[in-house]
Design a protein around this ligand. Structure first.
Ligand code: SF4
Ligand code: SF4
Length: 398
């Protein structure tokens, strides 16, 4: 969204969210339980129900809370209760919101919200706490794979480098001095475990900020061997390991299969919390080949940006970015338009503007990469994990 009334864009919706005292969570699975824990830990809201389309879950009790079908739940009108939809898959999220609108007459951003928006708005408009929901920090450009459609643009980096550890610490300090709380902070790459100072980085974040975040995670493809020192650091700091399961794309590569299995076993043996991201037959197109909006109007680009509704924020070089991929593209010279929110010269009076920015507002209403990127707002998909040689990004944006 383009800023039209900076600092007050979300006042109405924020006031409405702050007026609720009860919440019903759409999704009785892992994501729903995660949200339940966040609500219990950080708000005074009462969670009154889980709602789920899965008949196997309907009628059950999850974490002491009853699970209803939508039709049963909306049988009688609900007062003071807001519905928050929390599912990982964006396509499914859209389907659920449309179902609630069409079948039960609810309005998106009025009666129904999504987690990433609801929690930061509630926390600000109820408690004046500035929360970042999901922030990534890219610590390395090295990777042991060369995926053709990598969303971090690794395939175009000729001379990769690790981020220098003192620079990382400076950025992390800035992040925590600006935001009151991070729900999720994920270290990201490339392949994070290749960074020689990863143990030091996670110990630093944990030592200094352990009471200021819910989850500290690292992203990995699992084709790596964890050193004793790194296992110890991960265990002692309760870091969550998020594994993208690409092993399934290499079914005939015995060495990779063995490496992946050994990696998983190491996490299990050491009782390290980890999530294996399931098999996906597609990736989103972050600007690789199919999209050309180079001469598109501002209105079209703004529509693309809003529809994408990217939730993945990135911290780097003293700035906060509301589209991580736009910054990663800037880093490798795909374009030269820096859309980051400057945290180095941050004035605490601008907290609401930063909240708005983190929820998808900026000056132009889009970012430069939208000219060649489809993000998650369209049906364009590209093939995952095809291996390629590293080569320069074909010049498409000036
Ligand atoms: S594993 Fe593939 S998608 Fe992941 S960072 Fe490496 S090159 Fe990119
Ligand atoms: S369409 Fe692409 S560049 Fe634009 S916001 Fe979405 S991910 Fe970012």
């Amino acid at each position: 969204m383009r800023w039209k009334n900076k600092g007050h864009e979300l006042d109405d919706i924020g006031a409405r969210i702050a007026s609720f005292s009860k919440v019903a969570i759409f999704c009785a699975g892992t994501k729903g339980i995660e949200l339940l824990n966040v609500v219990h830990a950080h708000t005074n809201l009462e969670v009154v129900a889980f709602i789920d389309n899965d008949p196997k879950k309907q009628g059950s009790i999850v974490e002491g809370i009853s699970v209803f079908s939508p039709s049963k739940w909306f049988n009688v009108p609900k007062k003071d209760t807001v519905m928050v939809v929390t599912v990982h898959n964006k396509d499914l999220q859209r389907v659920i919101i449309r179902q609630l609108e069409d079948d039960y007459g609810l309005k998106y951003n009025y009666d129904i919200f999504i987690t990433h928006k609801f929690i930061p708005l509630y926390m600000w408009y109820k408690n004046e706490k500035l929360i970042a929901f999901n922030t990534i920090y890219s610590i390395t450009q090295y990777c042991n794979l060369k995926c053709k459609n990598c969303n971090s643009f690794m395939q175009y980096i000729q001379n990769p480098k690790h981020m220098e550890v003192n620079k990382i610490k400076t950025d992390i300090n800035l992040l925590f001095s600006t935001f009151d709380y991070m729900f999720i902070l994920n270290l990201f790459g490339g392949e994070t475990t290749l960074h020689p100072d990863l143990s030091e980085i996670i110990r630093y974040i944990h030592t200094n900020y352990k009471n200021r975040y819910d989850f500290l995670g690292i992203a990995t493809n699992g084709f790596t061997k964890l050193s004793y020192e790194l296992v110890d650091a991960i265990k002692s700091t309760n870091v969550v390991v998020n594994i993208s399961n690409y092993a399934q794309y290499f079914p005939h590569d015995d060495e990779r299969q063995k490496q992946f299995a050994t990696f998983l076993q190491c996490l299990k043996d050491n009782k390290i919390t980890h999530y294996v991201e399931g098999f996906s037959s597609y990736w989103f197109d972050y600007g690789f080949e199919t999209v050309d909006r180079i001469t598109a109007s501002e209105e079209i680009l703004q529509t693309v940006f809003d529809k994408c509704n990217m939730h993945c924020r990135l911290m780097q070089d003293g700035k906060y970015y509301n589209c991580a991929y736009d910054k990663l593209a800037l880093n490798i010279g795909v374009h030269s338009q820096d859309s980051g929110f400057d945290l180095q010269n941050f004035d605490p009076k601008d907290k609401v503007s930063l909240l708005e920015y983190s929820l998808g507002y900026n000056t132009k209403g889009y970012v430069e990469l939208c000219k060649i990127c489809d993000g998650s707002g369209s049906q364009t998909r590209v093939t995952p994990a095809i291996q390629t040689e590293r080569k320069p990004f074909p010049k498409r944006l000036e």
